[in-house]
Design a binder for this molecule. Structure first.
Ligand code: AMP
Length: 543
């Protein structure tokens, strides 16, 4: 027997309309590329979203079309989220830190129709435009007075909006319709697309709302330092309007000094981002001898939060939520809002627990399995590969059956590539990574891609790219290489040789020459042995 309740589609357009009605005083405060601070309320935002939706229609955008964004965190990027998805098109956020090669790949793979970009990224597009679709329409996200010269006939964002009607009838469609697309380079080879639906996005907003609701009061200011181009800024642009938070958008200035100033003047209550960003902020807090005005809550995710960082924040009265997730999970998997018994532990013991990745969000199932796929107990001792299941987790990758087949197991669970244990209280502890990748400042570098590029140099006969710990970037890549002859290439020469395929920040910090690489029983290079062998190694900038 079925329940007798109405069934209304869960659509993203409903979120902003609700926020404008229920939280009309809350604002989006943005540091603009124009150089000033801009403020608008949710009702004002909704009007501009209607105008933008009309403008997109005028550009010929239809249901299912992909519309790309290449932009910092700001109100215009937020408007695009709602105007694109609201009318049934797909908001494809592009990470500007990708290499030119990856950027060209994803715009072509996604078959984007329109690309919206901040003025900052005009030079990136100048460099790749000849390899992007010839009918791609470009829109620069600024007003007429600030339009930069460009060689791709770009339209102007504010011109597009001007004179458009301040109302729009959102179409109603099935809640499983695609809403947003984000490529991850968190695997080897070409980036893979996670295609979120309206249903998954709204459910994720509700899930995240449960977490935020227990630690952030209504009308507090929330700062997503995590970019809107990174898994929908962890879902904050959908959850915070529902909860009645004001959003503070930092633009491109993510250094400690700029963040401190912005948080201090705006009285930001809660800030969200990767550990690298918080290292910068903590250095500034130390310099100033105080924390920013009103700063009470920080969410650290994307990479493991160092114990010392958690200790320092908690020591100054800033509650730390250590979260774990993935692009493929919308992204929240687990979070560090702890029950009363943890808060009552002695400080050191409490920090021990906070250094773990927390408990699962409602709606996310976790299992750990051994090499044969057998489930392991959640006893805090057994370690295995972590698999996840739920309504906010990908069922496959966009237009990529091969990658989909590799990612999903026979029972339909998604393999995260993380190695973990889960204790009897459901607290997750990430121990290692089975994927051969390096995560620097919250962004991925493929070890295998680095190795292939380095080995195409005639001076190298074999090599391995390994992650070396770095206090600011968390990890930095280093090449351990066997020379092909007496003539060893310098690091600069290798950089030059590899630079075609990588962004500058992805290139190795050092090359260590060795006579032979340690091998595993199956003949693969043993990264574990290498990590042990170079346990005392110090990166050049730390010596
Ligand atoms: P991404 O899809 O780029 O967000 O990367 C997701 C991956 O980042 C996860 O599979 C983990 O390997 C890593 N990660 C994210 N959050 C954490 C965390 N809190 N601790 C350790 N690793 C993390």
């Amino acid at each position: 027997m079925k329940g007798m309740m109405q069934h209304r589609p869960l659509l993203i357009s409903n979120i902003l309309e609700y926020a404008a009605e229920a939280h009309p005083k809350c604002e989006i405060v943005s540091v603009r590329t124009e150089g000033d601070i801009h403020r608008q309320t949710y009702p004002q935002t909704l009007k501009r979203v209607y105008q933008l939706a009309n403008a997109l229609k005028g550009l010929g955008v239809e249901l299912g079309d992909r519309v790309a964004t290449l932009a910092w965190n700001g109100y215009r990027h937020f408007e695009l989220y709602y105007a694109i998805s609201g009318q049934g098109a797909v908001c494809h956020t592009i990470n500007p830190r990708l290499s030119a090669e990856q950027l060209i790949y994803i715009v072509n793979h996604a078959e984007d129709k329109v690309l919206f970009l901040d003025t900052t990224f005009v030079p990136i597009i100048e460099g790749v435009k000849d390899e992007l679709p010839s009918d791609l329409v470009y829109v620069i996200m600024t007003d007429r007075a600030h339009m930069p010269e460009n060689g791709f006939d770009a339209l102007c964002y504010e011109d597009l909006l001007a004179d458009q009607p301040e109302s729009f009838d959102w179409p109603e469609f099935d809640e499983t319709t695609a809403a947003a697309l984000c490529y991850t380079s968190g695997t080897t080879g070409n980036p893979k697309g996670a295609l979120y639906s309206h249903r998954s996005t709204v459910l994720h907003a509700l899930m995240l709302g449960l977490i935020m609701g227990s630690s952030i009061p209504q009308e507090a200011k929330v700062l997503p330092v995590v970019p809107l181009f990174h898994v929908n800024a962890w879902g904050i642009p959908y959850a915070s309007p529902l909860l009645g938070h004001s959003l503070v958008m930092p633009g491109g200035a993510l250094d400690g000094e700029s963040l401190f100033k912005l948080m201090d003047t705006e009285g930001v209550f809660s800030a969200w981002g990767v550990p690298t960003v918080w290292m910068g902020l903590l250095a500034e807090i130390k310099k100033q001898g105080r924390k920013p005005n009103g700063f009470s809550d920080v969410v650290v995710g994307g990479s493991a939060a160092p114990r010392k960082m958690i200790e320092t924040f908690e020591g100054m009265g800033v509650h730390v939520g250590h979260a774990w997730g993935m692009t493929e999970m919308s992204p929240i998997g687990t979070h560090g809002n702890m029950p009363k018994w943890v808060k009552e532990l002695p400080f050191d013991k409490m920090i021990d627990i906070k250094a773990k990745q927390g408990r699962r969000a409602f709606g996310v199932d976790l299992k750990i399995v051994d090499d044969e796929g057998n489930r392991q107990p959640h006893d805090g001792k057994a370690v295995g590969e972590l698999y996840v299941r739920g309504n906010t987790i990908v069922s496959g990758y966009f237009k990529n059956d091969e990658a989909t087949a590799k990612a999903i197991d026979a029972e339909g669970w998604f393999g995260t590539g993380d190695i973990a244990s889960i204790d009897g209280n459901g607290i997750l502890s990430i121990q290692d990574r089975s994927k051969d990748l390096i995560k620097s400042g919250g962004e991925w570098i493929s070890s295998i891609d680095l190795e292939n590029a380095a080995m195409s140099h005639p001076g190298i006969s074999n090599c391995a790219a390994v992650a070396m710990p770095h206090p600011k970037w968390d990890e930095r890549p280093v090449l351990v290489a066997v020379a092909a002859g007496d003539d060893k290439p310098s690091l600069e020469e290798l950089h030059q040789h590899m630079s075609e395929h990588f962004a500058k920040w992805q290139l190795p910090d050092d090359v260590i020459w060795t006579d032979a690489l340690p091998l595993t029983a199956t003949g693969k290079v043993s990264k574990l042995t290498l990590r042990q062998q170079f346990a005392d190694y110090k990166l050049p900038d730390l010596r």
